[in-house]
Write a protein that binds this ligand. Sequence first.
Ligand SMILES: [Zn+2]
Length: 434
Amino acid sequence: MRKASIVILGSLMVVAAIWYFTASQDKTADVSDEIILAEAEPKEIYGYNEEDFYIEQSVIGKNEFLGSILDRAGISYDVISTLAQNAKDAFDVRYLREGKPYAIIWSNETQQALEFIYQSNPFRYVSYQLQEPYKVEVKEHNIETCVETFSGTIESSLWNSMKDVGAIMELISKMEDALEWSIDFQHVLAGDEYKLVYERQYINGEAVGIGKLIGAYFKNYDTEFYSIYYENEKYQGFYDETGRPMKKAFLKYPVRFSRISSYYNPRRFHPILKRTRPHYGTDYAAPYGTPIRAVADGVLQKVGFTKGNGNYIKIKHDKVYQSQYLHMSRFAKGMKSGVHVKQGQTIGYVGATGLATGPHVCFRFWKNGKQVNHLKQNLPPPDPLPESQLEDYLKTRDIVKGELDQIPIFKLEASATVSDTSEVVDNLEAFLLE
Ligand SMILES: [Zn+2]
């Protein structure tokens, strides 16, 4: 996963341009320095230089406790119990989890263990001083941010295209954030192209996460979309080339990482009832437990259960539109009638309650009290940025668009085409249910 095909922006000109862009977002860090640091800095782990200290690194084993590890390192029981006491406010020592990395720092000079480090997550670690005053504290790693690019061509689906080049889920998800109002990712075509400029976070030269997505480009058949991230005191989000928000009143679909398994069809043959029965919704098939999102801001009208619908939620968005989500395995926390929800907010999870052959969401959309096909609705576009902000935005746009246009398209070898998606779904589940 980590070996993504990434073109690190190399030329000084590019670095300068990106620096200009990030500086305008009130970042004091000099990105050009950081890019060099991330590649060339000598190896330091947890702030200790490998030349002066012996850094013993391992992972927590089965049934292994802090006491047993420290005992092996020659720490007395008195000290261990002092540490456990001092750790109370910082970190509960009972929560050392099997498989998590830890380190013991040894002094080359005195051969004594100086510090025990437990890596609770990639960004934070717990430090136990093994010498007086036996302080225990949670520390954060220094994160270096680099600007990187990524590109690809769709062979069969977005998932396959990104999986084959080793893209990380986080990046795919951010691309959806930037473009989901314009592009129906369930209907991308072979030959469609995309390019991304984004921040990647490094700790000690190791990639640990994706930062902000700075810009995205998508060519869907012959239509090109640019989505540029912009923020100032009043506005924040993705904008198109003319300064209109990418964000529309309604999301195109309620479940990410899904596929349409049945369309809105007033004359459908029902697979369970074995007779013609209108299908006034669009079915999105997705793994059990995948989050279901409110497609727009609104107020919950109904949170309930019927034999046909299973667990379902109905949302009133405004005087004209309502949406409904059926067959949920369960509701998200706090969902009850009268509650306000935001666009994109998780309201429940995919299931197969009610009349359903497999896990999916039956998504229904009402206009003026009548069920309609949401895929056929022409909803009004949002207003562009006001004139006063536009000039500033266009400067950012020109820089980011210039970057996107320079990225070469990464094309897959013909032999790398993969049609099996089961592995992708497994990854997705792991990712979504984490
Ligand atoms: Zn349905």
